[in-house]
Design a protein around this ligand. Structure first.
Ligand code: PLP
Ligand code: LYS
Length: 423
């Protein structure tokens, strides 16, 4: 049985037997741009951001899209035009958001390993805030800012030790994780920060994990943060903003019942009502995850005694999530065909047994068929690699009846160009 996750409301829907992105048949995209190929829907990106903006209307709030989820310039451009700020984690991401026209005062910088050069670039750019994750980072930032004759606006990323109930590789708010400052140490570190000459204490930050389907841990984390905010106020440290991070989950399969943005935000906004704190959010996956698919073609069918393999032209170097986390992505034929369905292992051409995109999917397949791997807009292309010297796939943005190439497929030559001139 083919899963049917495609409600008529999603921008990916079946029309005349063919899967479309908005008004464009995915088969046309495959013919024009080749496969494998990432396909994004502008409409889906905009409506995902609008859901947040709608809930925050009238409040002093900023949605800082977590660029790590998908850093394609066209994606950043769509979100920037619609009023998003950005959460970055590297100089590379900073340069990309600036290239996409981001306002520096809408950029926050997260990450446990910021280098001095990255700090310098961000200070010279004049970003809104550094989300500082450790005492030595604070000291380094103070020194770099002093050298530049600047003051660095900071939040401490506080680790509220809340169990987000998500995959261990993507939970970040527990004591054993490498992220953030321990809750019990945060107050003292804030006092130290306030005494540093080139640090401007501006806010507080947390991020408890990714792909959370339940809203309760967010409220639990916020309650802990607000206790700290009040303690700091009594220490004479008045914060201007609170950054609640990202983490809101999306639908990957029928087993996932994601929390609506409304149900996620209302308990948080209720707790923040009456407090003079600007609200920052850092959603990544929720803005882009369901706005993209990975289009792939069946190269070979290899039925076997124990398992049937459908070898497709996408692989773990394109979409790493199944191999890395055992993640499920729905896979649907672009055009359904008649005939008996069988159980297929959907695998790529890479020389690793772990190179799979899905196990045991009940599908009717023939060589040359196109498949769409759904919910691939987040942590898809962004986590791709060149393993097996496979060029990264092209990216296409659909806008109504138009499909535009927004990143060319890499060439084999591009993959050795950086090495060629070395002695
Ligand atoms: C600090 C920070 N903010 C935001 C995000 C975005 O998370 P998500 O894509 O789950 O919304 C992440 C990634 O988990 C993160 O580490
Ligand atoms: N890359 C992960 C999420 C990590 C979130 C970043 N802190 C995923 O694909 O689900």
């Amino acid at each position: 049985m083919t899963p049917d996750p495609l409600t008529p409301l999603t921008p990916f829907h079946t029309c005349n037997g063919v899967l479309h992105a908005e008004s464009v048949p995915l088969s046309d995209i495959a013919s024009e741009f080749g496969t494998p190929c990432w396909v994004y829907s502008r409409q889906a990106l905009e409506s995902a951001l609008d859901e947040f903006q709608h809930e925050l209307a009238g409040l002093d709030a900023l949605v800082c899209y977590a660029v790590k989820a998908n850093s394609n310039l066209a994606v950043l451009d769509v979100l920037a035009r619609r009023g998003a700020g950005f959460d970055i984690v590297s100089a590379g991401e900073l340069k990309r958001v600036l290239a996409a026209g981001a306002d520096p005062q809408r950029i926050v910088f997260s990450g446990v390993g910021k280098t001095a050069a990255e700090m310098e670039l961000a200070l010279n750019t004049g970003i809104l805030c550094f989300n500082v994750e450790s005492a030595p980072e604070l000291e380094r930032l103070n020194a770099v800012a002093g050298r530049l004759g600047k003051s660095a606006p900071i939040s401490l990323r506080v680790n509220p030790d809340v169990d987000a109930g998500t995959h261990p590789y993507i939970s970040t708010g527990l004591k054993e994780n490498k992220f953030g400052v321990a809750y019990d140490e945060a107050r003292a570190l804030y006092r130290q920060a306030a005494a540093l000459p080139h640090i401007d204490v501006s806010g507080i930050d947390c991020h408890i994990g990714s792909q959370l389907l339940d809203a309760a841990p967010f409220a639990e984390a916020l309650d802990k943060l607000l206790v700290l905010v009040d303690q700091l106020a009594s220490d004479g440290i008045a914060l201007h903003h609170i950054d609640l991070g990202g983490g809101l989950g999306i639908r990957y399969s029928d087993d996932d019942v994601p929390t609506s943005v409304h149900a996620y935000l209302q308990p948080l906004l209720a707790r923040l009502r009456g407090r003079p704190l600007r609200i920052l959010l850092e959603p990544g996956r929720r803005l882009v995850g369901n706005a993209g698919v990975l289009l792939t073609r069946v190269e070979y069918l290899k039925p076997g005694e124990v398992k049937n393999f459908a070898i497709v032209d996408a692989a773990m170097n394109d979409l790493a999530r199944p191999a890395l986390y055992g993640s499920w992505h729905d896979i649907v034929p672009v055009a359904a065909r008649a005939g008996d369905a069988a159980k297929w292992e959907i695998v790529g051409p890479i020389c690793e047994s772990g190179d799979f995109l899905a196990h045991g999917r009940q599908l009717t397949l023939a060589e040359g068929d196109l498949l769409a791997i759904l919910s691939a807009g987040a942590y898809g292309m962004a986590m791709s690699s060149n393993y097996n010297t496979r060029p990264r796939a092209a990216e296409v943005m659909v806008d109504g009846a138009q499909a535009h190439l927004v990143r060319r497929r890499e060439s084999a030559e591009a993959l050795y160009a950086l090495e060629q001139r070395l002695p």
